[in-house]
Design a protein around this ligand. Structure first.
Ligand code: TRP
Length: 440
């Protein structure tokens, strides 16, 4: 169940929507290499850290940190990791719901046969006219939030298990089918070349930061989501084993999505760096051309919507679990309140694509860009950095080694990763980007 829930959290819009567009914006190849290195050297060790903390205390992230601080006689300042996570969760969910709404809208649009015989011009026009309507975006954002709140209000297990057990494998199979199709498009060779040829000059320091941020985002790390789920991991389960499975699964889905999308990009002479609309402009082209495309496309967007819901649940869970524990509050009431707050914040993202499209904050960013940057490129890596330091240097070694149950060599390697590689890696990229920002 933990594997299912954590995989449900990890695999989401981050893999299918965000990974390809961020990779495209940052020039492909070198970006993807850095991303993979971050997954393996930072992501997997930090994910293990989150799971072990959650399993040790079995409570919400904030209370988990409180307890661990007491156990280790450490400074209560470490509890701020939990609070920052709650805030990051809100921020992310607020824009996540809007994008998930796009996927839901595309279920209907695709089902109506809109994309049969579509050209790249008509596919972009369909997408852009959708973005121009705040009401439409709000309608879907609202619907997505209602579904998410409804599910978390009833407790996380229940329907979730079915959704993940059935729909995740379906999404996987459909991606394989589309991968098959993408090989016939004629753009596949160029796509692999774009993704796997490491040309460093196509990427700057910002790209390294983006790759690191994407690694955290895609594995749901740095804000306590995996810690919250770790509370449900049985004592006899292997932490390194389960974590590795989840990370592999997540990576395979992202790479497959990238190959499909970039094949379509190159087969149709499009630009890889198109920003957030990439998936919504390219995939409809494929669905418009492939046999039974309308059916496949409709099912695809349904599955992406489900994948988004299982991720969204994990974004709200840390805050929800904390409030329920702390104030003995009724779960459903807390869920609704949190949902309303997130929804209001999400309006900022809705307007970023239309009425506020020209409002620029801190360096040419729309409200959505700013939230995305703040969470993915700053808060999540910072959370990961602090978690690495906390688990590596502060927690009693005995507690950690009993949780992980690894051979001493493996444990040693893991310690090196959380003590040095993750914190120094994240800190170096931060310092570098800040210096670059200051020095131009
Ligand atoms: N990992 C999810 C995705 O790829 C998004 C997500 C869910 C997330 N929970 C999270 C991201 C917690 C950061 C932190 O779509």
């Amino acid at each position: 169940m933990f594997i299912l829930a954590a995989a449900g959290s990890a695999v989401g819009l981050g893999n299918i929507w965000r990974f390809p567009f961020i990779a495209g914006d940052n020039g492909g190849g070198a970006f993807i290499l850095v991303y993979l290195v971050c997954i393996f050297l930072i992501g997997i060790p930090i994910m293990m850290a989150e799971v072990l903390m959650g399993r040790e205390v079995r409570s919400s992230p904030i209370n988990t940190l409180r307890r661990l601080v007491t156990v280790s006689k450490a400074s209560p300042a470490w509890i701020l990791i939990g609070w920052m996570g709650v805030v990051a969760g809100f921020f992310i969910l607020s824009f996540y719901a809007v994008i998930a709404g796009w996927a839901m809208d595309y279920v209907l649009v695709t089902a109506q046969g809109t994309f049969e015989g579509a050209t790249s011009a008509t596919a972009s026009a369909t997408f852009n006219s959708f973005l121009e309507s705040p009401l439409q975006l709000m309608l879907w954002q609202t619907l997505f939030m209602i579904i998410t709140v409804w599910i978390v209000a009833r407790g996380v297990s229940g329907g979730l298990e079915l959704a993940i057990r059935v729909f995740m494998p379906m999404l996987f199979i459909l991606l394989v089918v589309m991968l098959g199709y993408s090989i016939t498009t004629g753009g596949f060779g160029e796509a692999t070349e774009f993704m796997f040829r490491f040309e460093w000059d196509r990427m700057g320091v910002e790209g390294v930061l983006a790759a690191m941020g994407q690694a955290f985002f895609t594995l749901s790390l740095g804000m306590g989501a995996i810690m919250a789920y770790g509370a449900y991991v049985p004592s006899q389960a292997s932490v390194p084993g389960t974590v590795t499975i989840i990370a592999m699964l997540d990576t395979v889905v992202a790479i497959a999505a990238g190959l499909v999308i970039f094949s379509i990009v190159f087969a149709n002479g499009l630009e890889p760096g198109q920003g957030p609309g990439l998936m919504f402009i390219t995939l409809p082209l494929a669905f418009g051309q492939m046999p039974m495309g309308t059916l496949f496309g409709t099912v695809f967007f349904v599955l992406v919507s489900f994948a988004a819901i299982t991720s969204a649940i994990s974004l709200i869970e840390p805050a929800l679990a904390f409030l329920v524990e702390e104030y003995n509050a009724v779960r459903s009431r807390v869920a609704i309140s949190l949902g309303v707050i997130t929804w209001v914040l999400g309006l900022g993202t809705v307007f970023s694509f239309n009425v506020w499209a020209d409002v620029h904050l801190i360096g040419e960013r729309t409200f959505f860009d700013l939230l995305d940057y703040l969470t993915n490129n700053i808060m999540l890596p910072l959370g990961g950095l602090l978690m690495g330091l906390f688990v590596g240097w502060v927690l009693p070694r005995k507690l950690v080694s009993e949780q992980l149950q690894m051979s001493s060599a493996a444990l040693q390697a893991w310690f090196v990763a959380v003590r040095f590689i993750a914190p120094i890696g994240v800190a170096t990229v931060f310092v570098y980007t800040i210096l670059r920002g200051i020095l131009g």
